[in-house]
Design a binder for this molecule. Structure first.
Ligand code: ADP
Ligand code: ASP
Ligand code: MG
Length: 437
């Protein structure tokens, strides 16, 4: 069971979560918590001040945050013993944060700072559960979750360590750990990127072969479009693993981009549930494919489109390999590809090596770059035998300047590349054409 930032965002919510995670007799729950909502953003801001060598700026935010947390203590616990215990813990935590204002600041220190939000929330909830007399224990995610040299989760290590920790701590009803945070291949504190608590939950749920992985958040499941942008979106009750993976990867914020993979490999269903309305059905993600339906639309921002044109070389064998090799050397993954006789267009979202990549590509053709693009992805049964759905999606694009279209890479999606300025209009048009007609 994973609870996101809003789900543990106030003392009242923490109390409600404590009820939800209490298992039925004879069962055990493994619980992954995010930082309280807003905390990771504050920690990012603290780090930003420290990078800019402005310790006062950092201290102002640290003091504000400490004040807020100390008030939470009063609201959450009823006994002096637990109030004092948690106050002492928080005082140490905030003094630790202050200690970073006096040392050299690098990305290593930043990751240590970013880890404190989850460390604080899990300690607070564990203390509350213990105050309520529940058999709960906090396991340190830094002893369980590790990434490898490619910054990918090391699944075998995670499985071994999770099992080892459970054996070492038998007879608890509730096991808690921090989402998001981990160690990297060098043993340093690191994280699974923003929104990473979903990933922690799916990794641990898969490692334990749980009956189910539950992602508890502030909305009743995966909606058929981005509810922050489009009105009248509706929850989708069921998704096939591949469909959910495409939606997450292509921008549905409710799930971390790659969190579905471990669940899919282990065959453990994932259920998306609403902490604010626990009895609502939510969304189940499993191995069943519903035929003949389009499920949802998602959008991924900050995409860069690169076009390489070469009348000389494109048809020569080996040209595409040379082009792709450049992206491999710079560890930059490609999302969309379209080819023609005289050119190839592709998209990336990681621009950290863009200048080097362009430089290398110029050896093979004329290179054009367009920034501020957005991938709009339509997900569902888009198998070629299922006729008419591509046409329906394309019809929605009647008024939109479409830069690229990708279809046929999988049976589950059709993607359009548009300028970010057209994102809202595109999502609305697709909603109308796919779900309201
Ligand atoms: P948490 O803090 O629980 O991890 P997130 O903010 O990361 O929660 O994810 C939940 C939010 O994702 C929702 O409040 C909603 O605004 C947003 N969202 C974006 N796209 C979708 C979608 N297709 N379905 C549901 N929620 C979505
Ligand atoms: N607290 C982290 C974030 O805000 C991880 C998470 O909430 O999943 O990104
Ligand atoms: Mg999230």
């Amino acid at each position: 069971m994973k609870f996101g930032g809003t789900s543990v965002g106030t003392p009242q919510r923490m109390k409600e979560v404590s009820e939800l995670i209490t298992p039925a007799a004879g069962e055990q729950n493994f619980v992954v918590l995010s930082a309280m909502s807003g905390t990771t953003n504050s920690l990012v801001e603290i780090s930003d001040y420290l990078y800019k060598k402005n310790p006062e700026g950092a201290n102002t935010i640290i003091n504000k945050l400490e004040h807020k947390y100390m008030q939470h203590v009063e609201a959450l616990y009823s006994t002096d013993e637990y109030k004092q215990k948690t106050r002492d813990f928080l005082r140490d935590e905030f003094n630790y944060l202050r200690s970073f204002t006096k040392i050299m600041f690098t990305s290593f220190e930043e990751k240590v700072i970013l880890a404190q939000g989850e460390i604080i929330s899990t300690n607070m909830v564990t203390n509350y559960l213990q105050e309520c007399g529940k058999k709960a224990v906090l396991l340190n995610a830094l002893d369980i979750v590790r990434t490898d040299k490619n910054a990918e989760p090391d699944f075998n290590y995670i499985r071994e360590k999770t099992e080892e920790q459970l054996k070492r701590n038998p007879d608890y009803d509730i096991y808690l750990t921090q989402g998001f945070i981990c160690r990297n291949a060098y043993g340093e504190i690191d994280n699974l990127l923003r929104g990473g608590s979903d990933y922690t939950a799916c990794l641990i749920g898969a490692a334990l072969h749980s009956d189910e992985i539950q992602i508890w958040t502030d909305i009743d499941g995966m909606h058929n479009n981005d509810p922050r942008i489009v009105e009248h979106t509706e929850p989708v009750r069921q998704l096939y693993f591949e469909e959910a993976a495409e939606l997450a990867y292509f921008g549905a914020k409710i799930l971390h981009p790659t969190c579905i993979q471990p669940a899919k490999f282990a065959g453990v269903p994932v259920r998306l549930l609403n902490t604010m309305d626990p009895s609502a059905p939510g969304t189940i993600i499993n191995n069943e494919m519903q035929h003949g339906t389009i499920k949802a639309v998602a959008a991924k921002d900050n995409i860069v489109c690169i076009q390489i044109q070469s009348s000389r070389m494109l048809l020569a064998h080996g040209f595409l390999r040379k082009v792709f090799e450049i992206f491999e050397i710079y560890k930059t993954s490609i999302d969309m590809v379209c080819t023609s006789e005289v050119g190839v267009s592709l998209t990336i979202d990681n621009t950290s090596h863009l200048a080097d990549i362009i430089n290398e590509l110029k050896k093979y053709g004329t290179v054009m770059v367009e920034e501020n693009m957005c991938i709009i992805c339509v997900v569902g049964d888009l198998n070629s035998s299922n006729i008419g759905f591509e046409a329906k999606a394309c019809l929605a694009m009647e008024q939109i300047p479409v830069r690229m279209i990708s279809y046929g890479g999988s049976n589950y999606n059709i993607s359009f590349l548009v300028e970010s300025d057209y994102k809202k209009q595109t999502l609305q048009a697709l909603q109308q054409s796919l779900f309201h007609n």
